[in-house]
Design a protein around this ligand. Structure first.
Ligand code: KG4
Ligand code: ZN
Length: 337
């Protein structure tokens, strides 16, 4: 019998709903929220309101795209955290209502595990890793290296003590006057600049811990000094600045990933989260592929940023174990992996 799972993602500023059937995605529909760009970051209150507006039309579009009706669903899965509480509540309440109305199981999904499990989606555009593998999850909210032994067994090996990698891109972009989120624009400009043009302080963190706030301060002080001498410094050097900043962030990520691979003797390497779309990171990984004999798993772009498909595939695996939530389940802004 087919297992058909609805996945609802609403942890940050994307309302995304997907339908998975036996590991294949039938639909993955996302409503982005443009409203935050003018504020230079996600405004939680506005995000929750936009989720409320978007969630029903997004569900309708997903069902239409998949060509199925609500009655054909086996279960409904939703993100219960981590994320913005007001945003999570919209998806959580919606999922509970659907589960109750349709009399189908409710499945709670951890957003960070879901980013990783997106690698198990059956899609001709991406390969599925064998276990165990290491996953570098890099997004606007998180930076983690995780050892994945199975869909049900993941171990956090290292994470950031302050800013996330995506935040480092976004904050550096903000200092340079780029619109939010700056990651994609820095990536685009980096291709036109010299990554060795400027050097910024590298954090000295023990073991597999990350830190990005020092880099932000180093960029800020450097630019303040340069702008005093030449007010057009940023404008005149924007591409080189982007290339150098990207080079620094990617360098920090790669050093730790290499260390994790050595320490744990695992050379199957996957990446996940919004920053995994970064071309500098992908190039650096490709280099290690030949020099360190890594087997690389790069997710399809559709499954890198926040998406309902990763929630639906996580729901699929929980369904196999009959791991269901009851209606008293609550969303939480913080949630361990
Ligand atoms: O996973 P995601 O969509 O949402 C979170 O859960 O945070 O990640 C969004 C983050 C933002 O910080 C954005 O600037 C960054 O991913 N990002 C990128 C690129 N595309 C998105 N950063 C660098 N290069 C990119 N190409
Ligand atoms: Zn995310």
């Amino acid at each position: 019998m087919d297992i058909t799972i609805l996945g609802i993602e609403s942890s940050c500023d994307d309302t995304s709903i997907a339908i998975v059937q036996n590991r294949k995605i039938l639909a993955n529909v996302t409503a982005n929220q443009k409203i935050h760009a003018e504020y230079g970051g996600v405004v939680p209150e506005l995000a929750s309101r936009a989720h409320q507006q978007n969630i029903v039309p997004t569900l309708d579009a997903a069902l239409k795209k998949a060509g199925i009706t609500l009655n054909e669903l086996s279960a409904v899965a939703f993100t219960s955290g981590p994320g913005l509480l007001g945003s999570l509540l919209v998806g959580t309440s919606f999922a509970k209502s659907l589960s109750l109305a349709l009399d189908i199981p409710l499945i709670e999904v951890n957003h960070m595990q879901a980013h990783i499990l997106a690698h198990l989606i059956e899609d001709p555009r991406q390969a599925n890793p064998e276990f165990p593998f290491l996953c570098l999850t890099v997004s606007g909210g998180h930076t983690q290296i995780v050892q994945v032994n199975s869909p049900y067994d993941m171990k956090l090996l290292g994470s950031t003590i302050d800013d996330a990698a995506g935040e480092a891109f976004d904050k550096a972009g903000k200092i340079m006057g780029l619109p939010y989120p700056a990651g994609p624009e820095i990536d685009r400009r980096a291709k036109l600049g010299n990554p060795g043009a400027f050097e910024f302080a590298k954090p000295r963190m023990p073991e597999l811990q990350f830190s990005f706030s020092g880099l932000k301060t180093s960029i800020l002080y450097f630019l303040q000094k340069q702008m005093k001498e030449n007010p057009d410094f940023i404008k005149e050097n924007l591409n080189d600045l982007c290339a150098s900043i990207q080079n620094s962030i990617v360098g920090i990520l790669m050093d730790k990933l290499e260390l994790a691979s050595q320490q744990y003797g695992i050379n199957r390497i996957a990446i996940a989260g919004g920053v995994s779309a970064n071309s500098g990171l992908r190039d650096a990984l490709e280099e290690r592929k030949s020099s360190l004999n890594w087997e690389l798993f790069l997710p399809s772009f559709e499954y890198t940023t926040d998406n309902g498909a990763m929630i639906a595939i996580s729901g699929y695996y929980q369904y196999q174990k009959q791991n269901f939530a009851d209606l008293s389940v609550v969303a939480a802004a913080r949630k361990p992996l």
